[in-house]
Design a protein around this ligand. Structure first.
Ligand code: TRP
Length: 334
């Protein structure tokens, strides 16, 4: 790859309903990165089937997520937005990397342990090797940087170790990726339990604002958000519910916590909650409208899917052919 820009890779799963946390914490920042990096943003549908999925729902959600990437402002001409399952190189490289990853390493993955405990009836081999598929995603495109949340850091560290191990054996094949930790990447917590991350798998639907929630639902959830009995708008660890509301407010409107606290000085929590709800609506409503507009333009989205999967395949195959040669697979006859 001729690199005048560094390469960035990231992906999201199309499982569950995406939340405001996914948007403010990840997607929104991806948009700001697309000028500085050559970006690959994948809908990682192959990862999704490590947990049993309803096929029709997965297909629908994968398309909705891809559409959302574009609606959020990722220009599909500049950013390679594609389905992981459309690029067979992911599976092919994952197999090779499986043979360079130790059981002991995978056994240490905390996400595997958590998911295995949660889905005790379906602890499949894919769930176990999930981090190797993720390593393949990243290494296939020779990514320099990977924006990930803290929950994925262990997987990224494993990716680096696999890359270094492979490079030590075969020479400089893979770029060893770095985590991209955003400047103030908003970490949005549950509205019902501010010690937990706002999550698409929260059992309590009032804890999360979903990206497709309508304004009434958003306002209701904000009004019901858990606060405290201090009766004083402040931004501090001791008032986690309030801190979270202020974080949401600031992330939506591009303000600083200091500014927000000043604005609500001497005002009640009720007023703050209303303002937070309105701020969220002001961000999500246009996003939803753009999704709706794009969804109607089937031919356009289809053309993006086709073009970008071809682009992704081109780069993926370059790495894959090199790797296949290194490990000793016979040359292809053309
Ligand atoms: N495992 C990531 C998650 O659940 C998604 C993912 C898959 C990913 N492949 C990736 C993220 C590669 C970054 C880079 O959040």
């Amino acid at each position: 790859m001729i690199k005048d820009k560094k390469v960035l890779f990231s992906g999201m799963q199309a499982t569950g309903n995406l939340t405001l946390g996914n948007y403010l914490g990840a997607l929104k920042n991806w948009v700001t990165l697309s000028d500085d990096y050559e970006c690959f943003y994948s809908v990682v549908d192959m990862h999704s089937i490590t947990i049993r999925q309803d096929p029709a729902t997965l297909r629908k959600r994968a398309r909705a997520l891809l559409t959302l990437y574009i609606a959020a402002g990722l220009d599909p001409k500049k950013n390679c937005i594609y389905y992981q399952s459309h690029v067979s190189g992911h599976a092919e490289l994952a197999w090779i990397l499986d043979c360079f990853t130790y059981m002991g390493e995978l056994n240490r993955m905390t996400q595997f342990k958590d998911k295995a405990a949660k889905h005790a009836d379906n602890i499949n081999a894919g769930l176990f090797t999930y981090p190797v598929l993720m390593a393949a995603d990243i290494l296939l495109y020779q990514a320099d940087v990977v924006p990930v949340g803290i929950d994925q850091m262990q997987h990224l560290e494993l990716t680096r170790n696999i890359a270094i191990r492979f490079n030590n054996l075969y020479g400089d094949v893979f770029t060893v990726p770095e985590a991209y930790i955003g400047k103030v990447g908003a970490k949005i917590m549950s509205l019902q339990d501010p010690s937990k991350k706002m999550s698409k798998s929260d059992e309590n639907p009032n804890g999360s604002i979903y990206l497709m929630d309508d304004p009434d639902t958003i306002m209701r959830k904000c009004k019901r958000a858990v606060t405290d009995s201090e009766a004083c708008v402040a931004y501090r660890e001791e008032q986690p519910g309030l801190k979270n509301l202020i974080d949401i407010y600031c992330a939506c409107l591009g303000k600083t916590p200091g500014e927000a606290v000043k604005e609500f000085e001497g005002k009640g929590y009720g007023e703050l909650k209303m303002a937070v709800g309105e701020a969220v609506v002001s961000v999500l409503k246009p996003l939803q409208e753009e999704v709706a507009r794009l969804e109607k333009d089937k031919a356009y989205i289809d053309s993006i899917i086709k073009e970008n999967s071809e682009k992704a395949q081109y780069f993926a195959n370059k790495t894959l052919r090199k790797v296949q040669r290194k490990v000793g697979f016979p040359d292809r006859i053309r």
